[in-house]
Design a binder for this molecule. Structure first.
Ligand SMILES: CCCCCCC/C=C/C(=O)SCCNC(=O)CCNC(=O)[C@H](O)C(C)(C)COP(=O)(O)OP(=O)(O)OC[C@H]1O[C@@H](n2cnc3c(N)ncnc32)[C@H](O)[C@@H]1OP(=O)(O)O
Length: 289
């Protein structure tokens, strides 16, 4: 309930801000955790995640992200979105572990519903989505990138990308898996999912998790030039083709959303899974020394 009210408020506040800043030609609207800048005639928006320190996808962040996408979808002048991060060295640390640890079943259900919603909106977007991966991108971070039509990654060996859920003692849901299989093929996905592989850039390129590597300072300009190429294709044929390629995967979740929420809630509530998450969080803390 509270979240729905927040959503209405954000939509309203966002549109007021959007109108005010349109005066300069370049428009922008911002929620606390997502900044969107649109650049006039080209019809391209740049969406920057800014939920420091690691752009974890908290419930608030997911909500703001989904609302921002909804607004862009409703703006017929926008044809493409570049998805990137404002947090140095991190694209997104994925789902917020603190939303999945030490909470109650109702919270887990609410959180998962919002994860599903963002995924469905991103994955089935009619807009061209290009990710400019400028940092680490584990699990849910990789998921965001996989939803895009094209992935440009900074060629910095410190950054890794992949679905590493098994390392946390949890299991990537079937729709994460489906998208991984669609992107890198069954054999590679099977291996990478079991091992929880976090690919450094060169390996991510080789296996097909990303489409292109560029020096870090060129990620944004490359994403723009990729976008220009995709914008040259007529929207209607590109959109119908995208829909044809993705519909079955999206429908697979749509037809069992409620069961998937229940499955997540009972899985994540298990003592053994909570214990695994606790240990992983402790490991993250200890890493700092
Ligand atoms: C049937 C269904 C089953 C369940 C399916 C669930 C699917 C789950 C999907 C996910 O996305 S789970 C999340 C997976 N993410 C990770 O494994 C990433 C963990 N984080 C890191 O590896 C590192 O933090 C980093 C992203 C590489 C950044 O490293 P850096 O050294 O720059 O920062 P840190 O000191 O490690 O972290 C700072 C701060 O942030 C906290 N944090 C990190 N990641 C998360 C996260 N995903 N959620 C919440 N909080 C996170 C970290 O603990 C530090 O906190 P403080 O110690 O400062 O309090």
């Amino acid at each position: 309930m509270a979240l729905a009210a927040a959503r209405r408020l954000l939509l309203h506040a966002g549109s007021r801000l959007g109108r005010r800043e349109a005066v300069d030609g370049a428009r922008r609207f911002a929620n606390k955790r997502v900044l969107v800048e649109t650049e006039g005639p080209a019809g391209v928006a740049v969406m920057k995640l800014r939920n420091p320190p690691v752009n974890s996808l908290s419930l608030e962040c997911l909500t703001e992200f989904t609302i921002s996408l909804e607004k862009l979808e409703n703006d017929k002048s926008i044809r493409g979105v570049i998805l990137t991060s404002e947090c140095p060295g991190i694209f997104s640390a994925g789902l917020d572990l603190l939303e999945m640890y030490g909470r109650n079943p109702a919270h887990y259900a609410e959180y998962w519903k919002n994860v599903q919603e963002l995924w469905l909106r991103l994955y089935t977007s009619n807009m061209i989505l290009v990710s400019a991966i400028n940092g680490a991108s584990p699990a849910g971070g990789c998921l965001l990138a996989l939803c895009c039509d094209y992935r440009v990654m900074a060629d910095n060996p410190k950054y890794t990308i992949g679905l590493n859920e098994s390392l946390l003692g949890i299991v990537a849901p079937f729709w994460f898996k489906d998208m991984y299989v669609n992107t890198i093929g069954h054999r590679e996905a099977e291996r990478a999912l079991q091992l929880g592989t976090l690919f450094p850039p060169a390996e991510a390129l080789k296996v097909g998790v990303v489409d292109e590597l560029v020096p870090e300072d060129k990620v944004h300009s490359k994403a723009r030039s990729v976008m220009a190429k995709w914008l040259a294709i007529p929207d209607h044929s590109r959109q119908l083709t995208k829909n044809m390629m993705r519909k079955a995967t999206a429908d697979n979740l749509i037809k069992q959303r409620e069961a998937d929420i229940q499955n997540f809630t009972s899985f994540i509530s298990k003592d053994s899974i909570q214990k695994s998450l606790h240990m992983y969080l402790e490991k993250l803390k200890q890493k700092k020394g």
